[in-house]
Design a protein around this ligand. Sequence first.
Ligand code: ADP
Ligand code: MG
Length: 241
Amino acid sequence: MHALEIKDLSKFYGDSCAVDNLNLTIENGEIFGLLGPNGAGKSTTINAICGINNFQEGDILVYGKSIKKEPVEAKKLIGISPQDYNVDLFLPIKKILMYCGGYYGIPKKERKKRIREILNLLNLSEHANKKFQQLSGGMKRRAMLARALICKPKLLILDEPTAALDVELRYELWEHIKNLNAQGMTIILTSHYIEEIERLCSRVAIINHGKLLFIGHKNTLLEKHKTLEEAFIHYLKKDEH
Ligand code: ADP
Ligand code: MG
């Protein structure tokens, strides 16, 4: 079974089309990269997968569960770290995780255990009682990842997970992402950083103006182009004509 199937997805904001008849399939166990310039429709697609956005056409299946017909079952399988921090800035990380686990109906004792494990995994244990607002940029991103992990997702979705992080912090987060994947988690990553996609992902999709321009293994792109960046620019230029 596919980890994710996006079928004929279209999303409009008023008259403006943000996702235009998108089709893509993601396999269990891969780190899949969704690459596109600002405004390409990456976050709109991600938010549709997570049920944060509605959409007008098509359907999305998460491990065979339709986000339209079986939203509760589908959402239970997904952990999301959104592009923007959508948390109460005045709450300590531990509380944020407790509340989020509560939404998933995880019993209190189990929640506490998971939170201890996740904070430990992401080197956040000593900051557990700090308010989100007090954390550094790298810690904030790790806290968002921690929250995404509370439901033990089969599919982890990271929307621009290293936005505004310096090189060292980016590398640190990449290591966490690789480790989670090595443990069997399927991961979708959106980024406009080509290097990030190149280092982490095997298969990639390039989108622009809500349309799929390429989907396949990054090596397919590298057979025709010197770098992934060159391939990316090639597809964007072709799209403008
Ligand atoms: P990306 O994540 O690739 O940068 P987005 O999905 O955020 O792109 O945006 C895709 C398009 O949809 C852009 O043209 C953007 O301006 C528009 N858009 C995004 N969110 C909204 C919204 N809430 N209302 C209206 N237009 C939106
Ligand atoms: Mg975005």
